[in-house]
Write a protein that binds this ligand. Structure first.
Ligand code: CUA
Length: 321
């Protein structure tokens, strides 16, 4: 597992294209920096006030067409080169043709979590995006294509090792794509300040082998087992008797809320609260007891359940896998 999203280690085609451009820009900037600093240091050392300085003004020189032309034309040429390489990379990424077999994902940014839809597969999840591995060979590549939407304010979708930042803007569909070369967990985050819990609007992309992805899809499409123990049944009753169902969705039930994450396959996720904590019985209990403890300011209110009721609701939620 990659704990740190190292943007200097790109593992997807668009990320590699950006990396190459970034390194080129960095090298050009470094040459300019060394040249300017070199001249500066040389002048400071070479033209120090000598010990025998008589204090008279040195000869003043005005106007040199050659020098002025040089410091105007050369920077313009350098800027043109930078503009051309950058816009070429942007164009190549934005205009890339997606093959028929590209996995289509619709991601909706919310304050402060990510809603994830697979329209062709009938899957809805949150904060964790599962996609298949691709191939460096363009002919065999299986990229994943993302349509990015926002339910409220401007967010930004960023997986540093998979691709560049793309703004997520209300009333506008933006697009991006990844085709990862290695399986594993990739970390990302919202990269546009969007309110109190912007820092806890985290995102994971889990890249599977082709078989692993098919298995994940089959599991997500299968209905979770019905609650069986008395506590699970009581939790189920409480969940549907409270206003949980106004904000959350559990498929094939009367819970059809869309303000909060879809809970149908809750327990198949690694984290709770968009990455604020690992998902386990304890963090789930804390969350149901009062979400404001783990994620102050989030839009899920304290439901004021008693501890016994929280036990039951947690037991029920744990069946959602
Ligand atoms: Cu969403 Cu920052």
């Amino acid at each position: 597992m990659r704990r740190i999203a190292d943007m200097f280690q790109p593992l997807s085609r668009p990320a590699e294209m950006i990396h190459v451009t970034a390194v080129l820009v960095l090298i050009i900037s470094l040459v300019i920096f060394l040249f300017v600093t070199g001249i500066l240091v040389y002048c400071i050392v070479k033209f120090r006030r000598p010990a025998n300085d008589d204090g008279t003004e040195p000869p003043q020189i005005y106007g040199s067409t050659n020098i002025e032309l040089a410091w105007t034309v050369i920077p313009i040429l350098i800027t043109v080169v930078l503009v051309l390489v950058t816009s070429r990379t942007i164009g190549e990424i934005q205009n890339a043709k997606m093959p028929e077999n590209a996995v289509k994902v619709r991601v909706v940014g919310h304050q402060w979590w990510w809603e994830v839809h697979y329209p062709d597969l009938g899957i809805i999840t949150a904060n964790e995006i599962h996609i298949p591995i691709s191939d460096r060979d363009l002919a065999k590549a299986t990229p994943s294509h993302f349509t990015l939407q926002s339910a409220d304010v401007i967010h930004s979708f960023w997986l540093p090792q998979l691709g560049g930042k793309t703004d997520v803007i209300p009333n506008k569909d933006n697009e991006t794509w990844f085709d990862p070369f290695e399986t594993g967990v990739y970390f990302g985050n919202c990269a546009e300040y969007c309110g109190t819990q912007h820092a806890n609007m985290l995102l994971r992309v889990i890249v599977h082998t082709k078989e692993g992805f098919d298995k994940w899809v089959a599991n997500q499409q299968a209905a979770p087992p019905a609650p069986s123990t008395p506590e699970e049944i009581e939790g189920h009753r409480l969940f549907f008797a409270n206003s949980c169902v106004n904000c959350h969705k559990v498929s094939d039930s009367v819970a059809v809320g869309v303000f909060g994450p879809d809970l149908t396959k809750l327990m198949t996720r690694q984290t709770i609260g968009a990455g604020v904590a690992p998902l386990n019985k304890d963090t789930l209990w804390s969350w149901v007891r009062d979400p404001q403890v783990l994620k102050p300011g989030c839009y899920m209110p304290d439901m004021k359940l008693h501890d016994k009721e929280v036990d039951a609701v947690v037991a029920y939620l744990q069946t959602l896998k």
